[in-house]
Design a protein around this ligand. Structure first.
Ligand code: SF4
Length: 88
C-alpha cells in the first residue's frame, strides 16, 4: 500500500506564494511591454490643429487615418502638427 504525504510546511507554502507573486509581476510587465509605450498628451508635444511650415500629420509616419496617431493621444487632425513630427 502506498501513502501520499502532503508536505504543507510553512516554508513550502510561503515559497509557493512568492513564486506565484513573481510570476504575476513578470506577466504584468510583459503585458505592459506588449501594449507599447504610452502616448504623449497633446499639450506635451505642442499639438495644434493646423500645419506648421508645410508639415502636417497626414505626411507624418505616426499618423493613423482617419484621426489617430501612434505617438499622441486623442483625436488627431490630418491637417494638424506636433513637435514629434517625422516625415513618412
Ligand atoms: S505630427 Fe505629431 S500628432 Fe501628428 S501624426 Fe505626427 S506625431 Fe502624431
Amino acid at each position: 500500500m502506498t501513502f501520499i504525504t502532503l508536505d504543507l510546511s510553512r516554508r513550502r507554502v510561503l515559497t509557493g506564494a512568492a513564486t506565484l507573486a513573481m510570476g504575476t509581476m513578470v506577466l504584468g510587465a510583459a503585458s505592459a511591454a506588449m501594449a507599447g509605450p504610452a502616448k504623449s498628451s497633446q499639450a506635451s508635444v505642442e499639438y495644434q490643429t493646423h500645419p506648421k511650415a508645410g508639415h502636417a500629420c497626414n505626411t507624418c509616419r505616426d499618423f493613423q487615418p482617419p484621426q489617430s496617431c501612434k505617438s499622441v493621444e486623442g483625436t488627431i487632425q490630418a491637417s494638424g502638427w506636433c513637435d514629434k513630427y517625422t516625415h513618412s
